[in-house]
Design a protein around this ligand. Structure first.
Ligand code: ZN
Length: 166
């Protein structure tokens, strides 16, 4: 296993729509293991493949440090097939270090995808898990947290963030 480099904003790959995964081969299994190790090392609760430079529809989520009865979820080609309610909560992203913002998300979601063995699974989620799944699936569409805030807030963020990178 290996720790991978997490791509940070404004890396172009974070803006790309990721490609559907058609084959579950050994390379993909290795990628999944590396992503898991990378996420835990970074103390993240979720990671999407584009964040480590691979533009494919693969996400991992583990909210167990903060949410009971949850464990590691690996989802290939995930899709939100139902959602309801709205909830405002604070959110951050490993690709936007140091940035936190309050953001409205769906309160509950039903997500469908396949697990790492190719079995179709459906996950009914609420709370932090629902939020994490929406956040990671956004990454597959090339959407970041900052694309979901107001243009004014985004501009303020950009100036501060890019300045801090110099
Ligand atoms: Zn993120």
């Amino acid at each position: 296993m290996a720790i991978l480099e997490i791509r940070k904003y404004p890396d172009e790959i974070l803006k790309k729509k990721a490609e559907k995964i058609e084959t579950l081969d050994g390379n993909l299994q290795k990628l999944i293991d590396d992503m898991i190790e990378t996420m835990y090392k970074a103390n993240g609760i979720g990671l999407a493949a584009p964040q480590i430079g691979i533009s494919k529809r693969l996400i991992i989520v583990d909210t167990s440090p903060r949410q009971e009865n949850q464990g590691l979820i690996v989802l290939i080609n995930p899709e939100i097939i139902q959602s309801e309610g709205e909830i405002l909560s604070e959110e951050g992203c490993l690709s936007l270090p140091g940035f936190l913002t309050r953001l409205k998300r769906k309160e509950r979601v039903l997500v469908r995808g396949t697990d790492r063995k190719g079995k179709e699974i459906e996950i009914e989620a609420e709370g932090l898990l629902a939020r994490a799944l929406q956040h990671e699936i956004d990454h597959l569409e090339g959407t970041l947290l900052i694309d979901r805030i107001s243009p004014l807030k985004r501009e303020l963020f950009r100036r501060k963030y890019l300045k801090s990178k110099k």
